[in-house]
Design a protein around this ligand. Sequence first.
Ligand code: SAH
Length: 256
Amino acid sequence: MSSTEPVPDLEAGILYWATQPANYDGVLGGFGTGSLPRVDALGSRRFLLDLLPELSTVPSPFRNLSAPTSETRRVRALDVGAGVGRVTSDVLLPLVSDVVLLEPVEPFINEARSRGKASESGVELNDSGYRVLWKGIADKSKSVTFFKGALQSFDPAAPGTPLDRVGYLPPDGDDDKESKFDVIWCQWCLGHLKDDDLVQFLQMSKKALRDARSLIVVKENLCREQGNEPVTVFDEQDSTFTRFVRSDYVLQKSLL
Ligand code: SAH
């Protein structure tokens, strides 16, 4: 390591991920075939239902009778650094109507897209051990829109031209492109952003939220604080020095 402070490098990060297999094992650093994907997805859905009980699809103790109902409008989520669409398929689609998926690495976005396409045609490709048919895509009640790009150059309020879309299409003349988000989900990818890029992304995300109940969810690995000092370290696990791991305190400072 040089004496200057290391910072995440966009290209190095993308090159690193392009060497990983385009499946759950690849995006989860080798933990794709055990219980982790299921435990992670269930925990995430439970967390989301705690915060937005109106998303519950069945009568349940989570569903607060006085909470606003989402039955009258579509609920939109953004999944950034989405990999092969794991969070989209296993966390978001079970609960929301429309997902916008952002991923910069070609083999990953291609895999996410072909899983979406397979779901649309109802083809069960059960070759990788994970759920292939995405909820609401074959019957076109839900949608996923795919964007190829990096967080550093993505404005959630103006996502640009999509690569593709599967499932529900808004009726003619009714364009949902300008709609805002109820949930922006960031999982295991914010470590690729330098501090100023992270702050900028969070500020733009905040502007793209629908209302006061909308959420930005950050599910990231954290390192320990040292005394009262905020800590940021490079994750050396993959020897590529591409990922930042921030302590809770550092992350909270960017969120506030
Ligand atoms: N969030 C997904 C994938 C985690 S793996 C999941 O939980 O399954 C980390 C992902 O971040 C990879 O898909 C990688 O390509 C993506 N990524 C890397 N650099 C990025 C950047 N600058 N902007 C957005 N995503 C990035």
